[in-house]
Design a protein around this ligand. Structure first.
Ligand SMILES: [Mg+2]
Length: 372
C-alpha cells in the first residue's frame, strides 16, 4: 500500500481535574494524533508522550520533532506492505519509542481498514467484543476522599483498582484501604519513586495482599537487576512499567527474573507490533500482562481496548471512559462503559474514533503535513 498522506498533530487536551502522581501535578495531556492515508482509506492513531521528560526521556516536543524530521519523510510515498516493513525503514533511529509508535499504530489502524476488519481482528484478538477495565485513583486530598471514590468504583462494578503510591501517600493509605475493603483486588503504582533502601516498606506491603506493585524502583541502568533483587525479598508480584521500553528489555527481565507481571503501554514500547510480541513472549513464560494508559484520548483508548483482546492480557486494563479524564474528549465517539467495568471493542473496520474537527483546530499546538 502506498502511503499517500501523513498528518501529525501535537494537541494539548485540558484535563477535567488535576492528575497527581509521583512525577507532577498535571493539568493537560499533550498527545500526538496521527492521520495516515493510503489504499483509498485514512485512519487515526495516537501516541501520547508526556510534556515533561519525567515519565521517560522522551517528551512531546522531541517526539513531534523526531516524527516530522526523521521518520515521516522516510514513510511518505513509500509502498509499505507490513508493520515490520514500516519499522525497518525507521530502525536506524535509536530509542524514541513514542515516535516509532506514532507511525506503527496509525499503520495498524489503516491496514485493518484496508483489510475491512476491526483492529482487534487484525491484531489477532479474534472475536472478543468486550474487555475488562479497571479504575485508577491518583493522590487525593484526604484518605476519606479516596475511600469514597473507591466505594464508588466498586459500586460501578470495576473489577480492580489501581492507586498511585508516593512518599507521604504510602503505607498508611494502603492499610486504610485494605481495612475498609478486605476483599478488594487492588495494586499500587510507585512510578519509579523508590530505591532498594526502601525494601522494608515493600516487605510491609506483603501483608496487604496487593495484586502487584507497579514500578517500585527507578528505571535507570540498574533497573532490571534492582527489581530482581527486590522481587526476591517480597511475595507481592513486581510489575514493570517505565523500565519496559522494548521487547529486548522484556527478554532481559525474564532472564533476570525482574518481575512477575508486565504493564504494556503501546506507545512506550514502540507501538502495536512490539506490544503483540511482548504479550506473546510473556505468555510463553507465564507472565501475565495488562494494558497501561498514558491518558490517551478516545482514539488511543479505543486502540488500547482493541489490543487488550489478545490472550495474555489477563488483568483489567487502564482504559477509561472519556468522562474520567476529560470534560470534552477530542476523540469521538467517546469511550463509555458498556457494562460494569468493561468496554466494547470495534465493530467497524479499524476503529470508529476520529478527532472532533473543531476541537482539533482549537487544541492543536503544531501540525505537520506530508503528501506523496
Ligand atoms: Mg505505571
Amino acid at each position: 500500500m502506498k502511503i499517500e498522506g501523513i498528518d501529525i498533530y501535537w494537541v494539548k487536551l485540558p484535563l477535567a481535574f488535576v492528575w497527581k502522581t509521583s512525577y507532577a501535578d498535571q493539568h493537560f495531556t499533550d498527545t500526538l494524533l496521527v492521520r495516515m492515508e493510503g489504499g483509498g482509506h485514512s485512519a487515526w492513531g495516537e501516541s501520547c508522550p508526556v510534556f515533561i521528560p519525567a515519565y521517560s526521556a522522551e517528551h512531546t516536543i522531541a517526539t513531534f520533532h523526531t516524527v516530522r524530521e526523521h521518520m515521516a519523510p522516510r514513510i511518505i510515498g513509500q509502498e509499505i506492505e507490513s508493520a515490520q516493513d514500516l519499522l525497518d525503514r525507521i530502525s536506524f533511529i535509536k530509542g524514541n519509542q513514542f515516535a516509532r509508535a506514532a507511525l506503527d499504530i496509525a499503520w495498524w489502524v489503516l491496514d485493518a481498514k484496508r483489510r475491512g476488519m476491526p483492529l482487534h481482528v487484525a491484531l489477532g484478538g479474534g472475536k472478543r467484543d468486550r474487555v475488562p477495565v479497571g479504575a485508577d485513583f491518583g493522590v487525593q486530598d484526604s484518605l476519606d476522599i479516596l475511600l469514597q471514590k473507591i466505594q464508588g468504583a466498586i459500586d460501578q462494578g470495576f473489577p480492580r483498582i489501581k492507586l498511585k503510591f508516593r512518599p507521604g501517600w504510602d503505607l498508611d493509605m494502603v492499610a486504610a484501604v485494605r481495612s475498609t475493603f478486605p476483599n478488594l483486588t487492588f495494586h499500587v503504582d510507585c512510578n519509579a519513586a523508590y530505591t532498594l533502601a526502601d525494601a522494608d516498606l515493600f516487605r510491609k506491603l506483603d501483608r496487604y495482599h496487593l495484586a502487584m506493585i507497579e514500578q517500585p524502583l527507578a528505571d535507570d541502568g540498574m533497573s532490571l537487576i534492582n527489581h530482581a533483587d527486590l522481587q526476591k525479598m517480597i511475595e507481592t508480584p513486581v510489575c514493570l512499567d517505565e523500565s519496559v521500553q522494548s521487547l529486548s528489555v522484556v527478554q532481559a527481565a525474564i532472564r533476570l527474573r525482574s518481575c512477575k507481571v508486565v504493564n504494556i503501554k503501546m506507545a512506550r514500547v514502540g507501538g502495536l507490533t512490539a506490544s503483540r510480541e511482548i504479550q506473546a513472549l510473556c505468555g510463553e513464560h507465564g507472565i501475565p500482562c495488562w494494558i497501561g494508559g498514558m491518558l490517551e484520548s478516545a482514539i488511543g483508548g479505543a486502540i488500547c481496548a482493541e489490543l487488550a483482546t489478545l490472550p495474555n492480557f489477563t488483568y483489567p486494563g487502564d482504559i477509561f471512559p472519556s468522562t474520567y479524564f476529560y470534560k470534552n474528549d477530542i476523540g469521538k465517539p467517546e469511550i463509555v462503559l458498556s457494562g460494569p467495568g468493561e468496554v466494547t471493542t470495534s465493530q467497524v473496520p479499524g476503529i470508529p474514533q476520529a478527532p472532533d474537527p473543531d476541537l482539533l483546530k482549537q487544541w492543536t499546538v503544531e501540525h505537520a503535513s506530508f503528501r506523496a
